[in-house]
Design a binder for this molecule. Structure first.
Ligand SMILES: Nc1ncnc2c1ncn2[C@@H]1O[C@H](COP(=O)(O)OP(=O)(O)OP(=O)(O)O)[C@@H](O)[C@H]1O
Length: 285
């Protein structure tokens, strides 16, 4: 199967700072999540794939097209939907006008066709009732949903979402998961997030980024297994330097070495992620 995203030896610097160093990544289908701490390079990678940033070195092919080539880049842009970290939305437009504007940029020329498309994507993100509201009057979560709607205009084959669930309330997050899971059946979706629950719920594959390198690539279950036998529940506060936090039942959840009186518990994706980060931190330091 041809890879939808094929990245070889990609590097990107900002001035002297190397943000991505020799990354290889292939994505074929479905929903892939990028996890990683702040500053790991997730947004930089997504911007390179969305053709808004050129890598310094390396090869990138998206949907078989080369973003470095002018004609292929234009062809690719027609097939990409992108939610940036800070989507540019025009406050004085209504919600419907904003989506219509993007539909024009996406070369939907017929008025009827655009009207249908505006209705379709607003319904997807549950914003139909706000179609006539000015963008500047939307709440943060509604703005985020509008950003997602904009990314879905013209039915793109490759959907890139940079922290799509930021600001969404629990109900809208569930709705978003259903939407993305459905899209993942026929489209390629790549999203970055800090929400390990979203990764567990909707990604078939997860890539963990750290300091511009992929330090894990596998299924959410495989990420959880990174912490197998290393997650504990205990009544007393751990004395060591392990990662731990207090849970609602008043006990402590510890990821690392066995604390005194610790009972081993089933790891989650979050546990696996924390374990992986502390392991790679130990190797870095
Ligand atoms: N335009 C820029 N100029 C200079 N440095 C930048 C620029 N954009 C990002 N950086 C730096 O590059 C590094 C990677 O940033 P990036 O936004 O790609 O990380 P991220 O993994 O998306 O982080 P977050 O989870 O906080 O969004 C950071 O150290 C950041 O400060």
């Amino acid at each position: 199967m041809e890879l939808a995203v094929d990245v070889r030896a990609l590097t990107k610097r900002y001035g002297q700072k190397r943000v991505i160093g020799g990354l290889d990544l292939g994505v074929s289908s479905g929903v892939t999540g990028l996890l990683g701490p702040n500053g790991a390079g997730k947004t930089t990678l997504l911007r390179c794939l969305a053709t808004v940033l050129a890598p310094d070195t390396g090869e990138v092919r998206v949907l078989g097209l080369d973003p470095a080539d002018h004609a292929q880049r234009a062809a690719l842009r027609r097939r990409i939907g992108y939610l940036p970290q800070d989507p540019e939305l025009y406050g004085h437009f209504t919600v419907a006008q904003m989506v219509d504007y993007i539909a024009i940029l996406k070369e939907l020329t017929g008025r009827r066709e655009r009207l249908d498309e505006v209705r379709r994507v607003l319904a997807e993100v549950d914003l139909s009732a706000q179609a006539a509201v000015k963008v500047k009057k939307l709440s943060g979560g509604m703005r985020q949903r509008l950003g997602i709607a904009v990314a879905l205009v013209a039915d793109p084959d490759f959907i890139i979402l940079d922290e799509p669930t930021v600001g969404l309330d629990p109900e809208q997050r569930m709705r978003f998961r259903t939407l993305i899971s459905r899209l993942g059946e026929t489209k390629v979706v790549l999203l970055s997030t800090h929400q390990t629950e979203d990764v567990a719920a909707l990604c078939e594959r997860v890539v963990v980024f750290r300091a511009g390198a992929a330090v894990f690539d596998g299924t959410p279950d495989e990420l959880a297994w990174q912490a197998e036998g290393k997650v504990w529940s205990t009544v007393s506060r751990p004395a060591g330097s392990e990662v731990f936090w207090r849970t609602v039942d008043g006990r402590y959840r510890v990821v690392g070495g066995r604390p005194q009186d610790g009972q081993v518990v089933e790891p989650t994706v979050e546990d696996g992620y924390l374990r992986l980060l502390s392991d790679t931190q130990e190797k870095i330091s």
